[in-house]
Design a protein around this ligand. Structure first.
Ligand code: FES
Ligand code: FES
Length: 182
């Protein structure tokens, strides 16, 4: 086999991809098999996207795609062409934590913290959809996320606190802190 045909055989197919990540438009070329989690971490520098199980069980990789919580380890980057993706980095504004992040901090809902960004993004979707969830709805809303430290009570308290604060906050205060999934 000639060296030319050898190098051609190693060429991989690529596809064009344009999307918004935390409000910034990105146009690039990716291999169709590139996972969204790897794309966000390696090519967009969004290291708040955690990768745990890599098969859709733990929820650590949860991001919002057009406002819907999505496991980025089960999603190919090319599947979100044209979408708005929000990671945990997209929530804080000018160094000020989003009320959900602040509530997790206040309620000591971060233990080792590995799962936290996934929980925060699942909470964001839950409270966008249901601003005043009861305990069962909170559990159901976070059911796709696992905290191996098993400190769920503080996580549930954080969601309650965030719901209260978001309902009390004037909408103008939050309009620039809602990420790209609104
Ligand atoms: S890393 Fe995606 S669900 Fe665990
Ligand atoms: S805080 Fe450690 S896994 Fe959730």
């Amino acid at each position: 086999m000639s060296s030319e045909s050898s190098s051609q055989s190693l060429d991989r197919p690529t596809e064009e991809l344009t999307l918004s990540v935390n409000g910034e438009t990105i146009s690039t070329t990716v291999e169709p098999r590139l996972k969204l989690s790897d794309f966000l971490r390696r090519e967009c520098g969004q290291r708040g996207v955690r990768v745990g199980c890599e098969h859709g069980v733990c929820g650590a990789c949860t991001v919002l795609v057009d406002g819907k919580s999505t496991k980025s380890c089960l999603t190919y980057a090319v599947q979100v062409d044209g979408a708005e993706v929000t990671t945990v980095e997209g929530l804080a504004t000018d160094g000020e934590l989003h009320p959900i992040q602040e509530a997790y901090h206040q309620e000591h809902a971060l233990q080792c913290g590995f799962c936290t960004s996934g929980f925060v993004m699942a909470t964001k979707e839950l409270l966008d959809r249901n601003p005043d969830p009861d305990k069962g709805e909170v559990k159901e809303g976070l059911a796709d996320n696992i905290c191996r430290c098993t400190g769920y009570q503080n996580i549930y308290k954080a969601v309650d606190r965030a719901a209260d604060e978001l309902m009390e906050a004037p909408s103008d205060d939050l309009s620039d802190r809602t990420g790209g999934g609104e």
